[in-house]
Design a protein around this ligand. Structure first.
Ligand SMILES: O=C(O)Cc1cc(O)ccc1O
Ligand SMILES: [Fe+2]
Length: 473
């Protein structure tokens, strides 16, 4: 926008800034608790995206998983709280002053709202929680802008032509299924496709009880691959306007959007003060109008893992969590499966077979995934709904058993999978179920699991089990 000026280098921001203008308005009204979208984009776009959630007049948080595209905000300037995303409770430097020209402060020193702000800027508050939220939960930022954000023309609806981006869910556009679902990676379209047209909804979670009881507001999850470096995630705050640019060409990915609570770093409990995602690694621009609220390079994640026996629960690799009112129950956990060493002794090391009362949407950013020898590919996705059984495919199981108990420490490398784990029941959109990329043979990856049951006592070190395997070969 013409009145916007470029103010200073964003702190830690690695990609060079590109000045863009918002040209498209899009307002989304969301009535579900969780929705998953995928998108494919094939051309550079200038995109103005305004997620507006009006149900119960609440502002919510969006998580965008970024793979290859760069996101620039169209017109936000930050001073005061220094671009701290209200969507993520991360202890970043508060009260960072706005830099203009790289060396001068514009943040008012004594008050958020002086009669006239430095440089003649307008002060504008953006509230992430209700005014009266308890202090420890209250989130807001003060922005100092060339012009307040109210200076815009009326919004025009901008809906994708394909009609597969939805935010109001009902019996006709979504259904729940206990079947394990998996999608192959979709191809990036050859025709020019911008972020809006490339975005489509995979699933949502609608919790009627919660909605009816007004305990928690509906939420939407989108999924997308978007970033200029492949290993990055970003947390965007609802209500922010941003521009999506494609400095590195076509991209595809995952966007998860939630409504209900804000993302925050998980408590570390007995892990102690260090480990997992460190707050210092969340890149927060200071005084810049083109930025993502919070950007996080997944390769910085410090994974914890079992060091003696048994396979730990994936929650150990939670990057961000959006809690519900129930302790330990997440509206959405963002969990990753990064490169790491496997060292457990006398242990089945891959993910265990399981049924989870939470639902699991997974995607693969690059490499392979430890539980699937075939079929789960970068850009693909899987959904294991509440209580849906899943686990390693037959090849992985057999290969693991074949290694036996003498398998030494082994690195898992060149991999980055992620999971969106939600307490809500996912409802899948018909176009996702009927997609040509749907892997209709997914169930076959387990059908080959043989019975190794033997009516004899097997020793706990698994020796006899191995013999039994050997006999059956
Ligand atoms: O299902 C999956 O592959 C995700 C997952 C990984 C793991 O290591 C343990 C449990 C789990 O749900
Ligand atoms: Fe799982």
């Amino acid at each position: 926008m013409e009145e916007d000026i470029q103010v200073s280098e964003p702190v830690n921001c690695r990609s060079p800034p590109v000045v863009t203008s918002p040209i498209v308005g899009f307002t989304q009204f969301c009535f579900a608790n969780c929705t998953v979208h995928k998108f494919l984009i094939s051309r550079r776009i200038f995109f103005f995206f305004f997620f507006s959630f009006i149900n119960k007049l609440a502002i919510r948080g969006i998580l965008i998983e970024l793979i290859e595209v760069k996101i620039n905000y169209g017109d936000q300037k930050f001073g005061g709280a220094a671009g701290v995303s209200r969507g993520v409770e991360i202890p970043v430097r508060l009260r960072e002053p706005l830099l203009i020209g790289g060396d001068r402060w514009s943040s008012p020193s004594r008050t958020e709202q002086p009669l006239v702000c430095p440089y003649g800027l307008y002060a504008e508050q953006i509230s992430g929680t209700s005014f009266t939220s308890p202090r420890k939960l209250n989130q807001r930022s003060w922005l100092y802008r060339v012009k307040p954000s109210v200076t815009h023309e009326p919004f025009r609806p901008r809906v994708p032509k394909h009609g597969k981006l939805v935010s109001e869910f009902n019996e006709s556009n979504s259904s729940a299924t206990p079947t394990q679902l998996r999608w192959k990676p979709a191809e990036v379209p050859e025709s020019p496709t911008d972020f809006v047209d490339g975005l489509y909804t995979v699933e949502n979670t609608l919790d009627y009880d919660l909605v009816n009881a007004l305990l928690s507001s509906p939420a939407v999850i989108h999924i997308a691959d978007l970033c200029s470096f492949r290993d990055s995630s970003a947390c965007l705050t609802v209500g922010f306007r941003f521009v999506v640019d494609l400095p590195d060409g076509p991209s595809r990915g995952y966007v998860a959007e939630i409504f209900g609570t804000h993302f925050q770093l998980p408590d570390l409990g007995p892990i102690g003060a260090n480990g997992l995602a460190a707050s210092r690694d969340f890149l927060v621009p200071v005084a810049w109008f083109e930025h993502i609220s919070v950007q996080y390079d997944l390769s910085k994640f410090c994974p914890y893992n079992t060091v003696l026996m048994d396979h730990g629960d994936p929650s150990i690799n939670t990057v961000l969590t959006a809690p519900t009112d129930r302790p330990g129950v997440a509206l959405l956990d963002f969990v990753i499966f990064p490169p790491r060493w496997l060292v457990a002794e006398h242990t089945f090391r891959p993910p265990y077979y399981h049924r989870n009362c939470m639902s699991e949407f997974m995607g693969l950013i690059y490499g392979g995934y430890e539980a699937k020898a075939d079929g789960f590919l970068p850009g693909g996705a899987s959904l294991h709904s509440c209580m849906t059984p899943h686990g390693p495919d037959t090849k992985t199981y057999e290969a693991t058993i074949a290694l036996g108990n003498e398998a030494g420490p082994r690195p898992i490398s060149n991999t980055m999978a992620f999971m969106f784990e939600s307490c809500l029941m996912p409802r899948v959109c018909p176009w996702a179920l009927e997609s040509p990329y749907m892997d209709h043979d997914y169930y076959q990856c387990w059908i080959g699991l043989k019975s190794h049951f033997a009516c004899e006592i097997v020793s706990e070190d698994g020796q006899d089990v191995e013999n039994e395997h050997a006999k059956k070969k």
